[in-house]
Design a protein around this ligand. Sequence first.
Ligand SMILES: C[S@@+](CC[C@H](N)C(=O)[O-])C[C@H]1O[C@@H](n2cnc3c(N)ncnc32)[C@H](O)[C@@H]1O
Length: 425
Amino acid sequence: MIKTQRIAASVVEKVLAGASLTAVLQALWQLYPALSSQQRGAIQDLSYGVLRFYGQLDALLGLLLKKSLQDRKLYFLLLVSLYQLEYSKTPSHAVVDHAVSASRFLGGSKRIPGLVNAILRNFIRQHECLLQQVDGNDVGRYSHPQWWIDKLRTQYPHDFQAILAANNKRPPMTLRVNQRKISVADYQALLDKKEMKTQLLWCSALQLVQPVNVKELPGFSEGWVSVQDAGAQLAAPFLNIQDGMRVLDACAAPGGKSTHLLELGQVALTVLDNDATRLARVAQNLERSRVKAARLICGDAAYPAQWWDGKPFDRILADVPCSASGVVCRHPDIKWLRRERDLAQFVVTQQKILNALWLILARGGQLLYVTCSVFAEENQCQMEKFLCHHSNAQALSLSGMSIMNGQLLPNMYHDGFFYTLLHKT
Ligand SMILES: C[S@@+](CC[C@H](N)C(=O)[O-])C[C@H]1O[C@@H](n2cnc3c(N)ncnc32)[C@H](O)[C@@H]1O
């Protein structure tokens, strides 16, 4: 555990210095190929956990320290240890012992192990009182940056606490059953036999009670199922595709929605993304799903002149780049890496993409605007502006589900998404 604590502390340090958690972990697995899958799991668990509750843990540490810590490595090791004491099942004496031993590897003053011991034991002793104090401050209570909390409080006065709580939960694992290969009921029965309990959320969305390694899923490599959040599974059906249509998935990688579109209809699909590395993942996903091939293009959705063949599309899926504020439970680093000013940049990019795609949609065609954001600037405000400037655009109603004004809020079953289906008259 000493090693996993120390490595997790270094992961969190890198993320809080500005790197993405996924990228840091990927680099780490390459650097330490000898780590066992158990050690990897533990490092991942600790890093995700600390970032999920960073606001609270940092506030607790602030209360426990007499003055601010100069030694950053020690600071991150203490954050990891506090997370373990508060949220893991590891016995507290083991957490403290390992933290004290790990601190000896940090170098520095001989007094450090004693300091670590004292801080962590004080936390255990004063637990209730410290938690109460931390709860008195927004960042300590909700573990999100203050600007984020303020924005949600303004935009969702009734729901902001539920959204923040959902963001701090571990995400569920949801499958999308490829009904061209097997019915949902038959697949659920197969999982049942393997004692993998599931809950049917909607259409083909089967949620696992306990996440599993995809290798354990029957028919995964044959494309019987894909892993996809239930909220994301709404996109492809919303587009009302019919066989023979020309369809563009404009910001497609890694291809979760592209494969779904191909499962739903025999369409001529163009898959576009401006990131070649991510586009390669679409190719892998298409291959695994064994759905009819699509045309893959690396290009910028905001500049169709560079890649478009001149034939209008009947349907366009615009799953635009966004703040990703609806998928925080899967990417807890996002809330600490985003700055409020980033939003304005996303809004401009989204607007450029949307305006450009509108020109290549056929008359009578439909475009689905999607974000995985909960911020109104990227969603309702963006759509209001678009409708105001395009007299040939109508927003069609999206019925069913718990979508209000296009917004699906994150909860324990799914991530947060925004959907608007635009019809070109
Ligand atoms: C939200 S992700 C798409 C997720 C994908 N639709 C799925 O369901 O698997 C947004 C994607 O847009 C791509 N992107 C960003 N800016 C773009 C642009 N100007 N043109 C095309 N793709 C872009 C990113 O590389 C990223 O893969």
